[in-house]
Design a protein around this ligand. Structure first.
Ligand code: P5A
Length: 440
């Protein structure tokens, strides 16, 4: 991508409305734009990061055996009347009428809709287990939308829904998502700790919130400090192994960890004082087991091996991609801007032409740009005629992990400078060596 032809509206000044660093940096880097309260456009740079986050989420959902579909944002009120949640959901639900005066709503979540899909075609236990997910916009008319896309009214959610014949089987489905979530957040460069949490309007008795520790987090959390160093389930985790996944779940729930709503002061005080971590956190995921809460009122049942009909046991599993992007920034930035983990960086490398119009600089940059693009890298080429200082500031602000800097003096020697955004380390090397670093 040539910066001269890209759309990346950088702000020079700090936006006044942004209270936390991620919101400030997302606005300054031209990643998002507020359209109305708690409703955002994702501009091209932000969209790239969001897409990469979603690709990792999708990859781990698929690995755990979940199957992707796509459900609409608008739902009929009837479904919600069946489950009994239409009235209970309150003012957070955006209610709409269509031209025939039929009550509709902008979905805040999809338990009802997916239960309807399930009951229309699954009739036998032989088709279980089943886990269906999508990545779709949701709307919740939050009282206090704030911090940009961290808590917005329209937001994206990956929501998965599992269906099983028995409670035991449903627990295995829960454990699959539990392990998948640990892997997902790890791949996003985050340490998320599962904590016992309140189930709120989704319901059920068992749930875990996945929390990132951050001073700007909205939740107050309490946990054992050892969670910070626990091992993440590996790439070859067998998601069909009931014992294997149970062992992961048991280990990750063996020590104290709870959000303020579920906090048990006495249990926390039993943790040795030096091991207690009392902090603020950002909830990036939340998983639930609620058994037949929706299947019973909505008549979602299958024939079991005993020939009888059974209401299915369900769980639901949410991750907030549009919250994850600012959460990653909260965890990874410095005074100059964002520092993206390589896995979600909008570009792998930025090539900075320090003297656009200078033949040798232009030729060198074009050569590097072409070679790296051909090698499948996402390359941003700063071919603008901005001052070098502006270019460096922009490259630092948008947080691309590696900068290749081509200035007249180095280029005259057949060299460029390679800068690591995170450490700030700079290295002068031949053009060929700079290319090989990515191509090899
Ligand atoms: C689980 C999947 C649910 O809605 N139903 C389907 C269940 N859970 S939840 O905890 O309410 O939300 C799941 C995740 O969505 C993100 N999220 C938000 N992100 C941005 N702005 C919001 N207003 C918002 N509300 C929820 C969070 O990451 C949450 O964990």
């Amino acid at each position: 991508m040539r910066l001269s032809r890209y759309f990346m509206p950088i702000l020079k000044e700090n936006p006044k409305e942004a209270e936390i660093v991620s919101h400030r940096l997302m606005l300054r880097a031209g990643m998002i734009r507020q359209q109305s309260q708690g409703i955002y456009s994702w501009l091209p740079l932000g969209k790239r990061v969001l897409d990469k986050v979603n690709a990792i989420i999708r990859d781990e959902q698929n690995r755990a055996g979940a199957i992707e579909l796509s459900m609409p944002t608008l739902q009929s009120a009837e479904l919600w009347q069946e489950s009994g949640r239409y009235d209970a959901y309150g003012k957070e639900m955006l209610r709409i009428k269509d031209r025939q005066d039929r009550p509709m709503l902008y979905g805040p979540t999809n338990e009802e809709m997916v239960t309807d899909i399930f009951r229309s075609s699954v009739k036998s236990y032989k088709d279980l287990p089943l886990n269906l997910y999508h990545i779709q916009l949701k709307f919740r008319d939050e009282i206090r939308p704030r911090f940009g896309t961290m808590r917005s009214r329209e937001f994206m959610m990956k929501d998965a829904y599992s269906f099983d014949l028995t409670r035991e089987a449903a627990e295995h489905s829960y454990n699959k998502m539990f392990a998948a979530y640990l892997r997902t957040f790890d791949r996003l460069g985050l340490r998320a700790i599962p904590m016992r949490a309140d189930t709120g309007p989704i319901g059920g008795k068992l749930s875990h919130e996945f929390i990132i520790l951050a001073d700007t987090g909205e939740s107050e959390v309490f946990c054992h400090k050892d969670f910070v160093d626990f091992d993440i389930p590996g790439e070859h985790t067998d998601f069909d192994s009931v014992e294997g996944l149970q062992a992961i779940f048991d280990k990750w729930t063996s020590l104290y960890a709870a959000t303020s709503e579920m906090h048990d002061e006495a249990a926390f005080n039993a943790v040795p004082e030096g091991d207690r971590l009392s902090a603020r956190g950002i909830e990036v995921g939340h998983i639930f087991y609620f058994g037949p809460k929706y299947s019973e009122p909505m008549g979602a049942k299958v024939q079991g091996p005993d020939g009888k009909e059974h209401f299915v046991h369900m769980g639901s599993y949410g991750i907030g991609p549009t919250r994850l992007v600012p959460a990653i920034i909260e965890a990874s930035h410095d005074d100059n801007g964002i520092i993206w983990p390589a896995s979600v960086a909008p570009f792998d490398v930025v090539v900075i032409n320090m003297k656009a119009g200078d033949q040798a600089c232009d030729d060198t940059c074009e050569l590097i740009y072409a070679a790296l693009s051909k090698a499948g890298k996402d390359v941003l080429y700063d071919d603008t005629d901005d001052r070098a200082g502006t270019k460096f500031a922009t490259a630092d602000l948008i947080g691309v992990p590696v900068q290749i800097i081509a200035g007249p003096r180095a280029v005259a020697n057949g060299e460029v400078e390679v800068k690591d955004r995170k450490t700030g380390a700079r290295e002068t090397m031949t053009i060929e060596a700079a290319i090989n670093r990515f191509v090899a």
